[in-house]
Design a protein around this ligand. Structure first.
Ligand SMILES: Nc1ccn([C@@H]2O[C@H](COP(=O)(O)O)[C@@H](O)[C@H]2O)c(=O)n1
Ligand SMILES: C[C@@]1(CO)OP(=O)(O)OP(=O)(O)OC[C@H]1O
Length: 154
């Protein structure tokens, strides 16, 4: 079974930029009720989708106190628990970050490590790619970052 996930968060001042559980030095972070880790959110929805489960907001409702500033790696750990409950195996995930800035590829290995550990799969099975939006649209105007992901579950 496969699943797809997509998420977007807006840039904000005075917020850390957390992607794949890695704090990346940048002038702006992302706004959100959680730590706004757009990559982990897209991956969580892909894994949940592959399991035929409801989306991230079902398990981590926006606005709930327990979700305030939550580290989104905890969300991936919840996905790992759900996989175990259903006796399902996560084969791999692949993802793309769409961001005009900053460059994220220098942080790829650290992100793969964090995400793999949280999901219980080797980092080699965590695909992370990045692209700019060639200055077009909200990403191109540096208003935010988008992420998309797919997951395969057996
Ligand atoms: N936020 C980003 C965007 C891109 N990269 C890397 O740069 C390459 C070229 O991106 P283009 O959008 O100009 O094609 C891309 O393949 C990534 O390796 C990045 O690290 N961070
Ligand atoms: C995890 C949650 C919890 O509020 O994070 P948010 O920062 O609100 O991010 P979003 O991707 O808009 O929705 C997912 C939410 O469930």
């Amino acid at each position: 079974m496969i699943g797809i996930g997509y998420d977007v968060h807006q840039f904000a001042e005075n917020r850390p930029l957390i992607l794949g559980g890695v704090e990346i030095p940048h002038s702006h972070g992302l706004s959100g009720h959680s730590d706004a880790d757009v990559l982990c959110h897209a991956i969580a929805d892909a894994v949940l989708g592959a399991m035929g489960k409801p989306d991230i907001g079902y398990y981590f409702p926006p606005g709930e106190d327990f979700c305030k500033d939550i580290c989104s790696l905890r969300i991936l750990e919840k996905c790992r628990d759900l996989l175990a409950e259903e006796n399902l195996k996560l084969i791999n995930i692949d993802s793309t970050l769409i961001a005009e800035a900053p460059k994220v590829l220098p942080h790829r290995e650290a992100m793969r490590q964090n995400i793999g550990t949280a999901l219980g799969i080797p980092p080699e099975r965590v695909g992370i790619k990045a692209t700019t939006n060639e200055t077009m649209g909200f990403v191109g105007r540096k208003e935010g970052i988008a992420a998309m992901a797919v997951a395969q579950v057996d």
